[in-house]
Design a protein. Sequence first.
Length: 653
Amino acid sequence: RTPPSQVGGETTSERQGKEEEPQPRYQLLEEEKEKCLTFPDVGCDQGPRERLRKGIMGPEQGGAQEESVILISDDEAESPLGNSVLLVEPLQKPILEDQKAEEIVDEECELVVTFCKQGKVMPHARYDCMTHPFERAESETRSPLENNANICDQCYCYICDKLASECQNWTAPSHCHCNAHNKSTFWKDQRGLALAGVLVMFNLELTDIDADLRHGGNLLIKFVHELSVEYNKYLVGERVSPNSHECFCHPKRRPGQCNICRQRHVELIYRYSGVFALVTTFLNQAEKENPKAAAVMLLGAAKEIALHKDPAQNLQNLGVSESLRTAVPCLMERITTQLQRMLVLCEFPKVLYEKFISFFQTISLPCHCYAFSNSLNVVPWDHGLLTTVLKGQNITGQRTQKGKKVFLWEVLPVIQARVEKMENQGHYKEIVRYLKAVKCNDILGLRKLRDKIPFYLCKSGDFVSAVHSLLLPFNNLACCTACRITPFQFEIYLKMFRTGSVPCGNNFHDPGEWISIGSPVKNSVLIKHALKLLYCNLSLYRNPKCWSSLIMVLGSSATLEKNGHLNAVSLKEPPNDFQEMVVSVSCVLLNELKTKVNVSLPSNVFSGPLQLEACLLLTVQAVQQMLLNDLPYLSSFLEITLAFGVSPRNLQL
């Protein structure tokens, strides 16, 4: 950039003294011209090029070479003069107006615009069009205002979000989309309704609506139309003429044969079965869709059936699906249960999660559906109380908030869904903490889930805690988990305690490999708790399968095959004095196991080198007592005998 006070090596005073004598403003030595300038051949006229070659750029003044000159060359620029090189410098005498192609923007900084091109018109809403003026109004739909109907090639309809030339309601009476603009609340609502469709009732932003939500909305619209037709049929009712009414006309006839009496005693029956079948089919379809679409379909169906009214003036004794007062609660229970599971299992965005719950709370439920008012008040996974429970910081499931006790209280479908999700994630310790702390109005359903706490402890590798949890009553209740386990579960628990291995699945009956995840329990602990399980559960005690399972587990090694099969071991007969010692203490031990809670086995017998043999001898004594007392209840004894492999000498019948 050349300073304003000095151009081409000359001062301002020197340049003014030479104004009377016209000459080229710049000159360069011939040997330096080729070094300073290169001219691309772009097909322009020879005027500027010849002038530059003849020394128009100015000579060297006072033996001092001038400063560098900035040249801008744009091959793609189109100029009416055909010039490809423009001089960027302040000129005292401007070029002729018809040859001027630059515009001085800032004289002080010598910023010059040498080329400009008309901008391309981008797609825009009609009210932003620069070609045609726009007249604004709040909600004018009768006819176009002023020039609002005029459009350019890039004008878009604000309502339809497509080219104005493709809008069918651009100038249609009662619509007139040409008058729409973003400063009107009315037109904003119309745009939201047009773009969001039925999803507008969920109060969703357009940025929150994706393909899944739109798909669910389309299915919901189709369902609403079909439901309206079926509901209208229900309101018409079915005319039934009872045949039991007597004829009171002058010429008396038999019951049901008088047309006059039949018309007077016609009864209207309103059967809701058609609507029930249609809604059930729609709910079945929703369960097959992706979570977002299914949620939209379920919530929309809940709103529609909540609006249905029973036109019958008296109670009609119909079936569950034929009476509206019983069918609607049945459908609503299915809808809310599925939504509860989805809110727990599906990872909805937080905004969408809250919008779904808020929408359900706005549904005006009839009196026979008041029980579902708060059914979707499901706390999210990041809820404070729930988080502290899962982390083990709160083991009671309650806390004091603003002077009031707050409990972790959830409905059974929500509890089942949380357990299912944590099972899939392998968070077994969190499941145990949650089931111990949560409270539910369905006591039996919650107890069934809590019965699997020992299994979850085994899956987490804590076999000792699992053994004790089987026999300890929960919350000081009289009944413990051991009272309700099945013979098959008893065998699975014995395998896990003996080998420290667990099945890969999340249920007892799931097929699959077994993996080792921890250290097995001691043999003394195993035999003590196994016998206590048999004594506290009468169905296990009288089942020969359970006794044979105990004998086979004690007669196997601590390693388990991947398919869950035991590896039998061969044990030598212990010394006679050892056998006599075990037999002498077994009677007392077995009685204590039946009556006492805390029983300790002699360590010198059940913790020494012959501990496995001692456990087997104690089991044989327990089998003898069972045979003496409950032999009539046994279905088979052969299974117990075959469990030893070789008939033991100590089994004296």
